[in-house]
Design a protein around this ligand. Structure first.
Ligand code: SF4
Length: 725
C-alpha cells in the first residue's frame, strides 16, 4: 500500500474517453495523444449528454496542459518575501509545520480549508476527510457555496434531497413547455441548447426570465425582462394567475404535497398589477407565461445562477418549486423542477464533505447517526469529528480575526477573483499567518500565498465527476503531468502523513479512494455505494442514488414519492423581499453579473488561452442606449463602475437588450477589471449564498481621463492587474 494514489504510466491509453474540465454539462471528449505527447480533443458523439458537440472552451481545453505559465515546481517565499522554487519535501514540510504551529497556538479550527467545485469526487471526499481527520478543523467550505447552494437548500427542504436535475437531460427535449429562470445556457453551456432546439420544434415553447435579452432569451418564445431581484414576486404572480384561472393540479396537490394552503394565501396578494409594478413585466406577459405553463401537458421549470445567487436565493428557488408542484410536474414524465448546476463537479463536489455542514453521502455533520457511520468508515472516534464550520464567505471574512482561521489551504479555487467584495477578501487573505494554495497556474490567489503547490490537471489524472444530471462519470488520464507536478490526492495523503495521520490516508489507487467514498456514502441521500469504476465504464455513467451492486442507478427521481418524513413534497410560502441594496440617488442603477461564452469562472485557465482571449479579451459592461445617453457614455468607451465596496473599470457596450435600470458585467477578470470588487456579500440566511446578482451601482465615463492621461489607472485594457495572457 502507498500513500501516493496515482495511476502508473504504463497503463496510459493512447485514446481516452473523458470529459471536459469546465462546466457541469461535462461534455464527453475523446482525448488522443499525438507523437509529440500532446493531447488532441474531439467531441464524443457516443456520450448521450453532448452527443459530440463541444463549445469553444471545450475545444481549446488542451491548451492549458503544456502552457508556458504552468507551475512545475513548488514555490515558497524567501526572506525578502519573493517566491523561489523549492523541493516538494521543503514545501510540504513548511505547510505541515505552519499548520502544527497555528493549531498549537490558536486551536484546531484556526486552520481552514477552501476547496473547489472542479475537484473530482475523490479529491472532494479526501479534502473533507483531511479537514475532519488530519486537521480536525470545523472550518472547511468551498466555492460551490458561491454557485448553487441556494438551489440545493431549497431542494432539500422541499424534496428531501438535492440533485440538480432529477431527470436525464434528454427529457428536456420532450417537454411541451420549459421555463428558464435566470439561466443563460446559450453562453454558459452551448451544447445544452440542442435540447431546447428540439423541444421548441413542433410549436413547443420556451419561456425565459432574465433582466437581459441574453443569447438564450433571444431564442425564447417569450422573454420576461424582470427587474433584478424581483424573481420571487414574478413566480408568485404566475402562481396567482394559475390559481385564479383554475389551472393548478388539485389532485396532485392533495396526494403528493403539503403546505399548499399557506402558499395559496401568500400568493393571493400577488395580483398581476402589483407584480407588474414590482417586476417591470407587463400583466399581459405574465398571463401569457402562466397559461403557456398551465396548458402544457408536460413542463419543466429550470433555474440558474441568476435567480439563485441572491440573498433571497432559497426563497426564489422555493417559489419555482411551488409553481412546479402546483402544476403537478415533479415526478411526472418529461416534467419537473431542476437546477442547471454550473461548475464541472458542482454536483459531486457538494455531496462528499467539502461543505462546512456536511459529511460524505450528503449527510449532515450534526446528525449523530451520520457521524457514527462516517467515523466508522474512517476508523476514528466519532467524538473527534468537528461540528459545522463557517460558510465560504464567512470563512474568508474571518481570516486573521480573533475567531477566524490563521492559516488556510486553498485547493482548486481562486477566491481572490471569485469571492464577493474582493477588496475585503484581499485584506483578509493578507491578514493570515500562512496561506498555501494548490493550483496549476499562479492564480491571483496563489500569487498571495506563502507556499504554492503545482498540481496535476484534468487530462493528467484519474477520478470521477458527477454532472448536472447526477450522472457519475469517469475522468480518465490521457497524458503524464509535467515533471515536478503532483496530483492533489497524493499531496493530501502526504500532508496527512506529515501531520501524524497517514494511517487513515493509505490508498493504492484513486479507485480505492472511490471505493471508500462509496462506503462512507452508503445509506445517505447521495448513495454511491453500488457504483464502481467498472459499472460506470459499462454504461454511460451511473445516476445516484445507487445503493448496491445489483442496482442500475436512478435516472429519474420522485416518480413514486419524496424522501421526506411524510413522503410528500413540502411547499413553503415565499414573500418577495427587496435585494439587500436597491438603487438610490448615489448609486442609481442595478448591477448584475454573469458569464460569457469564451471565459470560465475566475478565468485562471481561460484567460491564458489565446483563442479564448481573442474572442473575449476584456470585460465589457452592458447598458441600454437610454442609460448611456443619460450618463454621457459612449459605446466602446471606458467606464468606471462604483458601488459601496469599491470600483472597477470596463469597456462599454450599448445594447437594447438590457433593461434601462441595469448594468451587466462578466466576472471572469481580476484586478481593476474585477466585477467582484463591486458585488455585495449579503448572504442568504439559509444557504449563505452571497448576493452576486444584485447591488446598487454608479456608472461614469472615463473617456476624458483616458484621453488626458492614457494610464493604466484609467484605461481598463492597460491595467496591469488584468489577465495574464
Ligand atoms: Fe466544456 Fe461545458 Fe463547453 Fe461542454 S459546454 S465543452 S462541458 S465548457
Amino acid at each position: 500500500m502507498t500513500s501516493n494514489p496515482t495511476v502508473p504510466s504504463n497503463v496510459m491509453p493512447e485514446v481516452a474517453e473523458s470529459h471536459c474540465p469546465y462546466c457541469a454539462l461535462q461534455c464527453g471528449m475523446t482525448l488522443s495523444t499525438n507523437g509529440a505527447g500532446e493531447v488532441e480533443i474531439s467531441g464524443n458523439a457516443a456520450f448521450p449528454v453532448n452527443r459530440g458537440a463541444l463549445c469553444v472552451k471545450g475545444w481549446t481545453a488542451a491548451a492549458t496542459l503544456r502552457h508556458p505559465e504552468r507551475l512545475t515546481a513548488p514555490l515558497v517565499r524567501d526572506e525578502r518575501g519573493e517566491f523561489r522554487q523549492a523541493s516538494w519535501d521543503e514545501a510540504l514540510g513548511r505547510v505541515a509545520s505552519a499548520f502544527r504551529t497555528v493549531q498549537e497556538r490558536h486551536g484546531k479550527d484556526a486552520v481552514g480549508v477552501f476547496g473547489g467545485g472542479s475537484l473530482t469526487n475523490e479529491k472532494s471526499y479526501l479534502l473533507g476527510k483531511f479537514a475532519r481527520v488530519a486537521l480536525q478543523t470545523a472550518n472547511i467550505d468551498y466555492n460551490g457555496r458561491f454557485c448553487m447552494s441556494s438551489a440545493a437548500a431549497a431542494g432539500i427542504r422541499s424534496f428531501g434531497m438535492d440533485r440538480g436535475l432529477p431527470f436525464p437531460i434528454e427529457d428536456i427535449a420532450r417537454a411541451q413547455a420549459v421555463f428558464l429562470v435566470g439561466d443563460n445556457s446559450a453562453e454558459t453551456m452551448p451544447p445544452l441548447m440542442q435540447y431546447f432546439e428540439e423541444q421548441q420544434a413542433g410549436g413547443r415553447t420556451l419561456v425565459v426570465a432574465d433582466p437581459r435579452l441574453t443569447p438564450t432569451a433571444q431564442r425564447a418564445n417569450l422573454h420576461l425582462r424582470l427587474i433584478p431581484g424581483s424573481d420571487a414576486a414574478l413566480v408568485n404572480g404566475l402562481l396567482h394567475i394559475l390559481i385564479r384561472d383554475g389551472m393548478v393540479d388539485t389532485d396532485y396537490l392533495d396526494a403528493r404535497t403539503e403546505g399548499f394552503d399557506r402558499v395559496k394565501s401568500e400568493v393571493a396578494t400577488y395580483w398581476p398589477e402589483r407584480v407588474e409594478r414590482i417586476t417591470g413585466v407587463a400583466e399581459a406577459e405574465l398571463t401569457r407565461a402562466a397559461h403557456l405553463l398551465g396548458n402544457a401537458e408536460s413542463a419543466m421549470i429550470l433555474t440558474g445562477r441568476g435567480t439563485e445567487q441572491q440573498a433571497q436565493g432559497v426563497n426564489n428557488v422555493s417559489s419555482c418549486i411551488n409553481l412546479a408542484l402546483a402544476l403537478g410536474l415533479v415526478g411526472k414524465a418529461n416534467s419537473g423542477y431542476g437546477c442547471l448546476t454550473g461548475q464541472g463537479n458542482g454536483q459531486g463536489g457538494r455531496e462528499h464533505g467539502q461543505k462546512a455542514d456536511q459529511l460524505p453521502g450528503y449527510r449532515r455533520i450534526d446528525d449523530p447517526a451520520a457521524r457514527r457511520h462516517v467515523a466508522g468508515v474512517w476508523g476514528v472516534d466519532e467524538a473527534s469529528l468537528p461540528g459545522p464550520g463557517k460558510s465560504a464567505y464567512e470563512l474568508l471574512d474571518s481570516l486573521g480575526r480573533e475567531d477566524g482561521a490563521k492559516a488556510l489551504l486553498v485547493m482548486g479555487s481562486n477566491v481572490a477573483v471569485s469571492a464577493p467584495h474582493l477588496n475585503n477578501v484581499a485584506e483578509r487573505l493578507g491578514a493570515l499567518d500562512f496561506l498555501v494554495v494548490s493550483d496549476f497556474f499562479l492564480s491571483e490567489t496563489a500569487a498571495l500565498a506563502d507556499v504554492v503547490l503545482p498540481s496535476a490537471q484534468w487530462a493528467e489524472e484519474e477520478g470521477t465527476m458527477t454532472n448536472l444530471e447526477g450522472r457519475v462519470i469517469r475522468r480518465r488520464q490521457a497524458c503524464e503531468p509535467p515533471d515536478g507536478v503532483r496530483d492533489d490526492a497524493a499531496v493530501i495523503c502526504e500532508l496527512a502523513s506529515r501531520l501524524g495521520k497517514g494511517n487513515h490516508f493509505t490508498y493504492g489507487s484513486v479507485e480505492e479512494i472511490f471505493e471508500e467514498l462509496g462506503r462512507a456514502s452508503a445509506g445517505g441521500p447521495a448513495d454511491y455505494s453500488g457504483i464502481s469504476y467498472a459499472k460506470i465504464d459499462a454504461n454511460d455513467g451511473v445516476f445516484w442514488p445507487c445503493p448496491d451492486e445489483e442496482h442500475a442507478g436512478t435516472p429519474r427521481l420522485f416518480a413514486e414519492g419524496f424522501p421526506t418524513a411524510s413522503g410528500r413534497a413540502r411547499m413553503f410560502p415565499v414573500r418577495h423581499e427587496d435585494p439587500a441594496e436597491t438603487p438610490d440617488d448615489e448609486y442609481p442603477l442595478y448591477l448584475t453579473t454573469g458569464r460569457n461564452l469564451a471565459q470560465y469562472q475566475s478565468g485562471t485557465q481561460t484567460r491564458r488561452i489565446a483563442e479564448l482571449v481573442d474572442i473575449s479579451p476584456t470585460p465589457v459592461a452592458e447598458v441600454h442606449p437610454a442609460t448611456a445617453r443619460q450618463h454621457g457614455l459612449l459605446d466602446g468607451g471606458a467606464v468606471r463602475l462604483t458601488t459601496r465596496r469599491g470600483h472597477a473599470d470596463f469597456r462599454l457596450k450599448v445594447s437594447r437588450g438590457i433593461r434601462g435600470d441595469t448594468v451587466f458585467v462578466p466576472f471572469h477578470w481580476a484586478g481593476r477589471q474585477a466585477a467582484n470588487r463591486l458585488t455585495n456579500p449579503a448572504l442568504d440566511p439559509t444557504s449563505r449564498m452571497p448576493e452576486f446578482k444584485v447591488c446598487a451601482v454608479r456608472i461614469e465615463s472615463m473617456e476624458h481621463a483616458t484621453v488626458q492621461s492614457n494610464t493604466a489607472e484609467t484605461h481598463p485594457e492597460t491595467a496591469t492587474e488584468g489577465p495574464s495572457s
